[in-house]
Ligand binder design. Structure first.
Ligand code: GDP
Length: 358
């Protein structure tokens, strides 16, 4: 019988019927696969575990097919469900979903019986195929039916969160960000720190990103505007590309970099003690072992005057901020920002040290 090596509550279990989109979600979010390349994925036939090392250890365990709790168990389900922090159930909204809802109800009943603290998250997935109106109708219908099923089981108090998702836009990242954030014990403290940082650094928005997956593990308390999210997530990619290109330092590649930056409508980057080149990334010494070959700091200004600021943190995380600084205050403002960000990074390190021995 199969077993799972799961060591903390910061573990996410991904479930759903065959072809609902589980493997695609893992590939797109955790392996940077292009959404269209998931079209011909082989369906999952064995449980897989994704290890996502960040401020928390997150494992996405994907179970193939349908869980039948009344068959002789292939897996130690009790051990599995007691060791996870969140159950993420994927429903294909483009398909007939009644059997998925029945399956979900059985799983919820079992999950809360062995682990009452479990977070239950439902992805109403593949919404790219539904019109705007129909998305909300579908969500309402699914929420209603799940509510009725839970009532039948006498489980009306169970909290369930629903998300409309698609791998073809940022909704899947937004959903995973919110799901992961619920599992971070330090979140309120992190949010406080980010609010302070924002206030003292004149940021409009600040995210703490996991560099590899583009999930944000925390943000300040102002509402998330999806455009800000997109700009910041793309800036991570641009910064990584730039850094890779700068390493080899060839003239040809620098030209390529400049063209690439123009395509991304970034018109200027700056840094103290830079050379003649118009575009710069700076790499400082404290290379994080978990995400080396990544830039530790990168600053750019978009055509509309918005400044983007990226600074690498610990554990594969990066702080990415949006600011609308005036050109004239740049130099002084940047040194203040650098100073504040350094303090934030120290606090994060302390928080992490503390978390390890909790
Ligand atoms: P699994 O059996 O649950 O792992 O499902 P797969 O990941 O193999 O996905 C089944 C099919 O759904 C694949 O052809 C995917 O390309 C497709 N798919 C996954 N996510 C989405 C989505 O958000 N939108 C659309 N339109 N198709 C998706």
């Amino acid at each position: 019988s199969g077993s799972f090596e799961v060591d903390s509550n910061a573990t996410v279990l991904l479930m759903g019927l065959r072809r609902s989109g589980k493997s695609s979600i893992c590939k797109v979010v955790f392996h940077n696969t292009q959404p269209l390349d998931t079209l011909y994925l082989e369906s999952t036939t064995k449980p897989t575990t994704e290890n996502f090392k960040s401020l928390i250890d997150l494992a996405v365990i994907e179970l193939p097919g349908q869980l039948n709790l009344f068959e002789p168990a292939l897996y130690d389900y009790e051990k599995l469900f007691t060791s996870i922090g969140a159950l993420v159930y994927v429903i294909d909204s483009q398909d007939e979903y009644l059997s998925a809802l029945q399956n979900l109800a059985v799983i919820i009943k079992y999950a809360v019986s062995v682990n009452p603290k479990i977070h239950i998250e439902v992805l109403i997935h593949k919404i790219d195929g539904l019109s705007e109106d129909f998305r909300l109708d579908t969500q309402r219908d699914i929420m209603q039916r799940v509510g009725d099923d839970l009532l039948d089981y006498g489980l009306e108090g169970v909290q369930i969160s629903f998300y409309l998702t698609s791998i073809f836009d940022h909704s899947i990242y937004e959903a995973f960000s919110r799901i992961v954030q619920k599992l971070i014990y330090e979140l309120p403290a992190l949010e406080n720190l980010l609010d302070l940082l924002m206030q003292y650094s004149n940021f409009d928005k600040v995210f703490l990103f996991d560099i590899n997956s583009k999930i944000y593990v925390a943000t300040d308390s102002s509402p998330v505007d999806i455009q800000n999210y997109e700009v910041c997530a793309e800036f991570i990619d641009v910064s990584i590309d730039l850094d890779g290109l700068y390493e080899s330092n060839s003239q040809q590649q620098q030209q390529h970099t400049q063209q690439q930056l123009k395509r991304n409508s970034i018109t200027d980057t700056f840094e103290e003690n830079i050379n003649q080149s118009q575009y710069q990334t700076s790499v400082s010494e404290d290379v994080d072992a978990l995400a080396n070959a990544k830039p530790t700091k990168c600053i750019s200004r978009l055509e509309n005057g918005t400044m983007l600021y990226l600074h690498q943190m610990i554990r594969g995380l990066a702080l990415v901020a949006v600011s609308r600084l005036e050109d004239s205050d740049e130099t002084t403002a940047l040194s203040v920002i650098d100073h504040n960000v350094a303090i934030f990074k120290k606090s994060l390190e302390k928080m992490w040290e503390h978390a390890k021995f909790r």
